[in-house]
Design a protein around this ligand. Structure first.
Ligand code: FPP
Length: 241
């Protein structure tokens, strides 16, 4: 039997983005890296609105990786305060557009003040379903799989799970956000052609879109282009064309 190629829906339901190039953008302007991150936050606002306008339901952005903790202390604290500012300044937009905020990653690693603010906004938006903004914070794809394996092993040890019954669905159900559909499209800006430990499990069947534009320059029109490219592709899930 030959499986028929399944054309993807024209609009991806879930877009995941590696927002790369803030540092280079700032350097080009002889400004500190945080200047680039601030401009990057504007791009995030623009793309979130574009998701609403195009009917993209889920947006996951790589805002801070498990590897980012080794950056200079002032950059890390600057990013954390930028995140708090974003939550304070943009919370009203989440309410207006009925967007639910969630976090994927080791949220327990974040400073108390950031965690409190995140938890407050997540609680305030938890009933919204029109859109979903997922911030990957202290996130690593391998760390996520490690955490899932630990939880599965604990269940097996307690006799609640038969190791012979561990399958893909069992692993997927122990990831950080098991109810979120896998991304359909992954965008990485700034010309880097790597996955950098982002959503390793979840991106298995996603379309990848790489663009040279630095993240602070990536706005609505650039996002629309990525969606156009996605609509042209045929996703086959391993089936012949
Ligand atoms: C990568 O650029 C970007 C990050 C590590 C941080 C992303 C953060 C933002 C866009 C800020 C806004 C986010 C929120 C949630 C308010 P880079 O610094 O690695 O750039 P480079 O590769 O040019 O040095």
């Amino acid at each position: 039997m030959t499986a028929k190629a399944v054309p993807p829906p024209a609009v991806p339901r879930h877009v995941a983005i590696i927002m790369d190039g803030n540092g280079r953008w700032a350097k080009q302007r002889m400004q500190p890296r945080l200047f680039g991150h601030r401009a990057g936050a504007e791009s995030l606002r623009a793309v979130l609105r574009a998701c609403r306008d195009h009917g993209v339901e889920y947006l996951t952005v790589y805002a801070f990786s498990t590897e980012n903790w080794v950056r200079p202390e002032d950059e890390v604290s600057g990013l954390m305060s930028l995140l708090r500012t974003f939550l304070k300044k943009d919370e009203h937009e989440l309410h207006e557009n009925q967007v639910r905020l969630r976090v994927t990653g080791r949220i327990q690693d974040l400073p108390r003040a950031v965690r409190d603010e995140l938890e407050r906004v997540m609680e305030a938006t938890k009933d919204y379903r029109k859109g979903h903004l997922i911030l990957a914070l202290s996130y690593g794809g391998r760390a996520e799989i490690v955490d899932a394996v630990r939880a599965i092993a604990a269940e097996a040890q307690a006799g609640r799970l038969d190791p012979a019954k561990i399958d893909e669905a069992a692993i997927a159900s122990h990831l950080y956000l098991p109810d979120v559909p896998d991304p359909d499209l992954m965008i990485r800006t700034s010309g880097e052609l790597r996955l950098s430990n982002f959503l390793l499990w979840e991106l298995s069947y996603a379309e990848f879109y790489f663009v040279d534009t630095l993240w602070p320059d990536f706005r609505e029109a650039d996002f629309a282009k990525a969606l156009e490219e996605y609509a042209r592709r045929q996703r086959r899930y391993g089936a012949p064309s």
